[in-house]
Write a protein that binds this ligand. Sequence first.
Ligand SMILES: *[C@@H]1O[C@H](CO)[C@@H](O)[C@H](O)[C@H]1NC(C)=O
Length: 147
Amino acid sequence: MRAFLAVAVVGLVCSVLAADKDKADGERPKIFKRLIPADVLRDFPGMCFASTRCATIEPTQSWDLTPFCGRSTCVRAEQDNRLLELVEDCGPLPKSNPKCKLSDKTNKTAPFPACCPVFDCEPGVKLEYPDIPAPPSSTAAPAKPKA
Ligand SMILES: *[C@@H]1O[C@H](CO)[C@@H](O)[C@H](O)[C@H]1NC(C)=O
């Protein structure tokens, strides 16, 4: 069952990432996605609870995570009908680089993903991003080594 869920999660994330491919933008960090169990209120089963909005959200609907720069989508897992929250944010900040600075174009109050930081670098300089951390072990635990 856990293996099934992991496959479903990978499939979902891949299809979402594929949908994003056409808007590649070298300056911005890639949008970073992860799935977490949704908050659900006892009196509103079948809906995700958006704590930043203090509102319930139906599956497939998204909401902005203001004051954080991000967006969440309520997702129902096909295998077991569990409600999941697909969280998208700007990902890890790049490694600091004296030849790059935060651009004036950065607008932290804009809706996601326009609120993500934008960096201006000297010509030919590329920012390095830390390796994307592994997904949380609760949703995609690697198989335990056999003893
Ligand atoms: C930032 O984004 C908000 C929301 O879209 C907009 O109202 C505001 O004018 C923007 N500020 C700047 C400096 O672009």
